[in-house]
Design a protein around this ligand. Structure first.
Ligand SMILES: NC(=O)c1ccc[n+]([C@@H]2O[C@H](COP(=O)([O-])OP(=O)(O)OC[C@H]3O[C@@H](n4cnc5c(N)ncnc54)[C@H](OP(=O)(O)O)[C@@H]3O)[C@@H](O)[C@H]2O)c1
Length: 346
């Protein structure tokens, strides 16, 4: 039997900042990966880090740190996964890059374009890779849907229509904290915006938006529109006040492609399903079920170890954040200038 050192040799050592709800998904993705392993986890509370390390540690022991700084100081760590609330992403991504680590940072990568530019500068300065964790972009159903749309099989693209919502009912949740980048646009609206831009293959030239803001100015329901230079139009809904809902429709002149579970397919949601509706007939496109978190881990590890370009690069993330900032501004402008009642307290 090989020693622990042998089993670890040549594998990228990962550290996690923030042992919260999403972190176990990356642990699961790493567990099956021959190229990486979980080395350490950090929490602001040492006991929480220890509990997470013990619960998720597999065969190899996992180090537990009681501060994020301590994890960044660990020279054995190659890659840091930033799984913190949105408002902390840019700061800790930059601090990890400055510590010489590669970074997988949860979406949204930042809350301003200036922050994305600072991340890009830190990555270049330290010769490290930083990528935004849009796991669904690594799933074969997303890749296949974009290929089909770009192939012309749907005819000239006209409209992308998408939605992502769920019911958020924890009053203390960071996702509704205005000081931490709260709001449904930033949390789940970023998915429809990113698939629309991926399909367009360019950045929007105009956006419009309406939102229901709560008493702290955080959007609980958001409706946005984008117009791309090609003429493609996109509209989407995101929300924290509606039942679970996710859907993407890609409407061409000849056919419509529908993704029933575009953002959280199996193993975290329903089976992937891509269907093309044309002249009253429905064609199902066969799609394998994979773990999209494993796929995003593999993609970053290949970028680090093989030099392949990451599927979600910083210029894509920069466009994402620019669109989200513009949509947020548009919704706030319409709330401020609209008729009485446009700003709604939930
Ligand atoms: N890709 C996906 O599928 C997906 C799904 C869900 C969420 N996300 C993203 O992942 C990130 C984390 O989401 P999550 O649901 O895992 O978050 P969470 O459980 O609410 O928080 C994650 C961790 O952040 C740390 N934290 C640091 N400062 C905090 C503060 N002021 N308030 C609360 N927590 C703080 C906490 O760790 P300690 O207190 O232990 O240090 C906490 O465990 C978010 O950016 C979210 O958008 C992605």
């Amino acid at each position: 039997m090989s020693s622990a050192a042998d089993r670890q040799a040549g594998r990228l050592h990962w550290g996690i900042l923030g042992p919260g709800r999403i972190a176990p998904r990356i642990v699961r993705g790493l567990r099956d990966s021959p190229r990486g392993l979980l080395h350490a986890v950090a929490s602001r509370h040492a006991d929480r880090a220890r509990a997470f390390a013990d619960a998720h540690g597999g065969d190899e022991p996992v180090a537990a740190y009681g501060s994020y700084e301590a994890l960044l100081a660990d020279p054995r760590i190659d890659v840091v996964y930033v799984a913190l609330p949105n408002g902390l992403h840019a700061e800790w991504t930059i601090r990890a890059l400055e510590a010489g680590k590669h970074v997988l940072c949860e979406k949204p990568l930042a809350l301003t374009v200036d922050e994305v530019d600072a991340i890009a500068a830190a990555a270049a300065r330290n010769r490290r890779i930083a990528v935004e964790a849009f796991m669904y972009l690594h799933h074969p159903q997303t890749i296949r849907a974009v290929e089909i749309a770009h192939s012309g099989a749907l005819g000239p693209l006209q409209v992308v229509s998408s939605a992502f919502s769920f019911l958020l009912d924890h009053p203390e949740d960071p996702r509704i904290d205005p000081t931490l980048g709260g709001g449904s646009l930033w949390d789940v609206g970023c998915y429809p915006v990113s698939i629309s831009r991926r399909l367009a293959g360019e950045e929007p030239e105009a956006v419009a938006a309406l939102a229901r803001l709560d008493e702290r100015g955080v959007d609980r329901t958001f409706v946005g529109q984008l117009r791309f230079p090609s003429g493609l139009l996109a509209h989407f809904e995101s929300g924290f006040a509606a039942a679970d809902r996710e859907r993407v429709e890609i409407v061409g002149s000849d056919a419509t492609l529908v993704l029933d579970s575009p953002f959280l397919p199996e193993p975290d949601g329903p089976p992937p399903r891509v269907s093309i509706r044309r002249d009253g007939a429905v064609e199902e496109v066969p799609i394998p079920s994979v773990d999209s978190y494993r796929a995003e881990v593999d993609d970053l590890q290949a970028a680090i170890l093989d030099g392949t370009p990451p599927r979600v690069d910083l210029s894509f993330s920069r466009g994402s954040i620019a669109s989200l900032v513009a949509l947020d501004r548009a919704a706030r402008t319409s709330a401020a200038t609209g008729p009485a009642g446009a700003r709604t307290n939930l």
